[in-house]
Ligand binder design. Structure first.
Ligand SMILES: Cc1cc2nc3c(=O)[nH]c(=O)nc-3n(C[C@H](O)[C@H](O)[C@H](O)COP(=O)(O)OP(=O)(O)OC[C@H]3O[C@@H](n4cnc5c(N)ncnc54)[C@H](O)[C@@H]3O)c2cc1C
Length: 227
């Protein structure tokens, strides 16, 4: 979609390795808005396409024009549009043999000062509502879909919190006191403890509420649960 007068939306092209916070800030500084939601997500453009990263009411699906994907099976790269990418809530059709090498994202012309205020608001919200320390972001997808702009909808964190599990510790990992959908690992923490705590929380929520939580983080090196 472009401007109401029919002017096409400006496009930002970014390589897959570009960090999302840099993408959001550099676009906003040039008067290219619509990516402010990404400023607090510590990931890359490539990972964001694969995961359909999002927050604060925005996500990759809402702004992607196309992605260039290198197929490890064929050794060829091609341009994929939104239909091929099939972006869902933290899911996509980008598979384990696909390497996203870049993306073209639709923006909207904005006043850079206004965009900067929006960036500041997103950063402030995250500082207040999400933990620091060693964590992998939201552990579980929210059962009812993405949270809205202020993230106030009850989600996976509320279900875990409702069982009194904030602060619950398993070895070197514990459920954040700030937000129950985050697991914080000790500085010398082990991935096994984090993985065990994830399974424990999913089991407890299933037993208590009947809700089967979907793990949002991608686990590597754990066999069947790898994603
Ligand atoms: C503190 C914290 C907060 C977070 N907040 C959010 C949030 O608000 N919203 C959100 O959506 N996510 C959030 N995340 C999760 C994560 O940062 C995002 O999903 C991010 O977009 C993933 O990018 P990455 O480069 O870190 O990918 P990784 O986490 O390294 O990988 C994620 C998946 O993408 C694949 N992948 C990575 N790069 C490519 C590529 N170039 N081509 C193909 N596949 C690739 C990996 O194989 C893996 O399956 C958060 C994480 C942390 C640690």
């Amino acid at each position: 979609a472009g401007a109401p007068d029919g002017t096409p939306a400006p496009i930002v092209g970014a390589g897959a390795a570009v960090p999302l916070p840099a993408l959001a800030r550099q676009s906003a500084a040039r008067g290219l808005g619509g990516l402010e939601w990404a400023v607090g997500i510590p990931g890359s453009v490539g990972g964001a396409v694969r995961m359909n990263a999002g927050g604060h009411g925005g996500d990759i699906a809402a702004c992607i024009e196309s992605a260039t994907v290198f197929d490890l099976r064929t050794g060829r790269s091609g341009v994929r549009g939104p239909d091929d990418l099939a972006l869902g809530y933290r899911t996509s059709a980008v598979g384990p043999d696909d390497v996203v090498v870049g993306a073209r994202l639709r923006c909207a012309a904005v006043d850079p000062d206004r965009a900067r205020s929006e960036l500041d608001a997103v950063v402030a919200w995250r500082r207040e509502n999400q933990p620091g320390g060693q964590n992998a972001g939201s552990v579980f997808a929210n059962p009812s879909g993405p949270a809205g702009p202020s993230g106030e909808e009850p989600g996976a964190g509320a279900l875990i919190d409702g069982l009194g599990l904030k602060g619950h510790r398993l070895g070197t990992a514990h459920v954040s006191e700030v937000h129950a959908n985050f697991i914080v690992a000790d500085p010398d923490g082990s991935a096994d403890d984090v993985a065990e705590l994830i399974d424990f929380l999913a089991d407890r929520v299933l037993a208590a509420t009947g809700t089967r939580l979907r793990v949002e983080v991608r686990r590597v090196g754990f066999g069947a649960g790898d994603g």
